[in-house]
Design a protein around this ligand. Structure first.
Ligand SMILES: Nc1ncnc2c1ncn2[C@@H]1O[C@H](COP(=O)(O)OP(=O)(O)OP(=O)(O)O)[C@@H](O)[C@H]1O
Length: 219
């Protein structure tokens, strides 16, 4: 479950972004819709605890994110939030399977090689386990990032423009994987997008529109 109340954030020297209150039930789907620069990535970063609100509150799976000290916030995020950023942040120095192992290090948990094998198999990328990121196509890299995002069975999955660099077929496949993975895990799924194909793929999803003219959404 995600709840935000009176949420505001300002980048240094810029007008504040003010966000409408949101409640997404556990297992629900939310689409953040709006033009480039309207505040979608900022909202995701606030919900993930990567940014600290100027005002207001974010509660994720019962945890008030802003009240966590920053060190604990990283550990909390690693255990409870699956984050699929716009830039995938796979380590070029590591193989696919070791990139997945990073999720355990971040969470302070012992590496579960069997769970990694299972995650790779469920996304149909077992054959890529020993490759480095530069040996992957865009769609394959995205599957790897998704496998890593859901490895710790997070209660919340946040995906930032997951179809942006994908053609229709790869985009459909990525969305189906996201929706299925979230459904299987009972996770709340939030997707930031300005891609109309996402709306078609998730017709039941709640929507949060962003207003680019006002940099965010007035409450
Ligand atoms: N680090 C930063 N410093 C200053 N301003 C920023 C920073 N990051 C984002 N912004 C500004 O904040 C606003 C919201 O940006 P944000 O990235 O959240 O939008 P977005 O809707 O996710 O855009 P996109 O769809 O292009 O990813 C924009 O006006 C952007 O220029």
């Amino acid at each position: 479950m995600i709840q935000t109340r009176d949420l505001r954030f300002a980048y240094a020297g810029h007008a504040p972004l003010c966000f409408r209150d949101v409640t997404v039930p556990q297992g629900g789907n939310l689409l953040l819709r709006g033009a480039s620069g309207s505040g979608k990535s900022t909202w995701l970063a606030l919900v993930a605890g990567l940014l600290t609100p100027a005002a207001g509150e974010v509660v994720v799976a019962g945890q008030s994110v802003g009240t966590l000290p920053s060190g604990q916030r990283d550990r909390w995020r690693a255990n409870h939030v699956g984050f699929l950023p716009q830039k995938l942040h796979l380590s070029g120095a590591l193989t696919v399977q070791d990139n997945l192992a990073l999720a355990y290090f971040a969470a302070g948990a012992p590496v579960d090689r069997e769970a990694i094998r299972h995650a790779l198999a469920s996304l149909d990328i077992t054959a890529l386990a020993g490759r480095r990121p530069h040996q992957l196509s865009g769609g394959q890299a995205q599957r790897v990032a998704l496998a890593r995002a859901v490895l710790m069975q997070p209660q919340v999955i946040l995906a930032d423009e997951p179809t942006a660099s994908l053609d229709d077929l790869a985009g459909q496949s990525a969305l189906a994987l996201l929706a299925q993975t979230a459904h299987d895990a009972g996770a709340t799924l939030v997707i930031a997008t300005h891609d109309a194909r996402v709306r078609q793929a998730l017709p039941q999803a709640q929507e949060l529109p962003f207003d680019p003219l006002r940099q965010g959404v007035d409450p």
